[in-house]
Design a protein around this ligand. Structure first.
Ligand SMILES: *Cc1c(COP(=O)(O)O)cnc(C)c1O
Length: 418
């Protein structure tokens, strides 16, 4: 459920016509709906009500400062994977004490930065990293709160590129080793056991894999308790899927209910790290149709947004819904198009074989573009990063200026040093 809906033939973002926004702010343009973001935050908060908990929004899904600011203002914490993401959170008014830090390759300077900032928990992804965290904590004369990111060897039953909880994936510490690693942590004066963590994959459309993973974490939790190692939180990671097409993922409430029903101890805090489910359907990418091209057995709609603006279709072959911003009254005009961008790569497409009624100059919108859209954008082909706006009722906040051409080479130098 989101706030991008048609009124008659016109697509609206909350109270505003998308076509008007595209004309005013230019294309390609990311448009977010504030009401949709708030709705998603509330859905997770409601699902965890009455339990000690922390919803940690996964910053990597969309790291725009205004989105982080909105989340922080609603009491949401964050899952960060770099010092850059933690800095963004702090800049946006979030607190390090509400952040968990994941990722297989944290550098020592990043670990130090997080510890000095007062991070809530470092999620350890290897035993080598454990030693690094211990050494940095010793240097800083602090005690680092840590969790072991367990690789539970559970199949998230999602796209292989976004599956992370299998033994063959680089993430986490093998379930069989986790117990021994906790013993090492407990014995280290510069480390403090805080939680147990996992993250098994993304775009999961069933709750079953996460329930299976939770059960494994709880078995470990029970064993650690008998040893006198106490855990203050269990972090089930992110991964709840969204509807791009015909997927029917559980609601945040159903998803969390399935997990919570397994967790007996009412004192044990539950952390969850949703990224996609928070932001995907709160954003659209609006693009203008530049040219139509008929190649005999294929028709192309060439649009002004490309894989540099939205790489999910090219990277994962993801299907994203492409809709007309102003629907044509005449349905007979609908034809099958490959919707492709201007980038010089054959994989530069937004959607293949889409039935659309479109003319040159018409705007199209890619739905579900709020997650892993702008966050993965690049300037490939020297295309400036596009603008982002957030609609709030009938108001607009520009939350990222469109890059200028000069921005493209900021920080570069000619050979004479200029
Ligand atoms: C990417 C990631 C998330 C968020 O995943 P979504 O599928 O977007 O919910 C959460 N936790 C970790 C550790 C991640 O790497």
């Amino acid at each position: 459920m989101d706030y991008f809906n048609y009124r008659g033939a016109e697509l609206y973002a909350e109270e505003l016509k998308v076509a008007d926004l595209a004309l005013k702010y230019g294309t390609p343009l990311y448009i977010y709906s504030k009401a949709t973001l708030e709705r998603h935050v509330r859905a997770f908060e409601e699902a965890l009500k009455g339990r000690p908990h922390l919803v940690c929004y996964a910053v990597k899904a969309n790291s725009n400062l205004a989105i982080l600011e909105l989340m922080a203002s609603m009491g949401v914490g964050f899952d960060v994977v770099s010092a850059g993401e933690l800095s963004r959170v702090l800049r946006a008014g979030g607190r390090a004490s509400d952040c968990v830090y994941s990722g297989v390759g944290k550098r020592r300077d990043e670990i130090a930065f997080a510890l000095k900032a007062g991070i809530r928990c470092l999620n350890l992804e290897s035993e080598a990293e454990l030693e690094a965290v211990s050494a940095v904590a010793r240097e800083l004369n602090v005690v680092a709160p840590v969790a072991v990111r367990v690789n539970p060897d559970v199949d998230a039953r999602t796209h292989p590129s976004i599956s992370t909880g299998l033994k063959q994936n680089k993430f986490g510490i093998a379930f069989e080793r986790a117990y021994a690693v906790y013993e090492r942590i407990a014995a280290d004066p510069h480390l403090k056991v805080s939680g147990i963590d996992c993250h098994i994959g993304s775009q999961m459309t069933s709750g079953a894999p996460i329930v299976e993973a939770t059960q494994k974490l709880l078995d470990l939790y029970g064993r650690l308790r008998t040893l006198g190692i106490s855990i203050d939180h269990i972090d089930i990671g992110g991964g709840l899927g969204v509807t791009y097409g015909d997927e029917t993922p559980p609601s945040p409430y159903e998803y969390m209910q399935a997990v919570l029903s397994k967790i007996g101890d009412p004192e044990l805090a539950v952390f969850v790290e949703p990224g996609r489910a928070m932001v995907a359907n709160a954003g659209i990418l609006v693009t203008e149709t530049l040219y139509l091209k008929d190649q005999g057995d294929k028709r192309f709609a060439i649009v002004d947004a490309g894989m540099n603006d939205l790489i999910r279709p090219a990277l994962y072959n993801s299907w994203m819904n492409i809709i007309e911003v102003q629907k044509s009254a005449d349905k007979s005009e609908k034809r099958l198009y490959d919707v492709v961008g201007p980038v010089c790569e054959s994989d530069d497409f937004l959607g293949r074989e889409r039935r659309l009624a479109v003319k040159e100059g018409d705007f199209l919108a890619v739905r579900g573009a709020g997650a892993y859209g702008m966050a993965m954008a690049s300037t490939y082909n020297s295309r400036p990063l596009c603008a982002e706006i957030m609609v709030d009722g009938d108001r607009v906040h520009v939350i990222r200026d469109r890059q200028s051409l000069e921005d493209l080479w900021r920080g570069e130098h000619l050979l004479n040093g200029e």
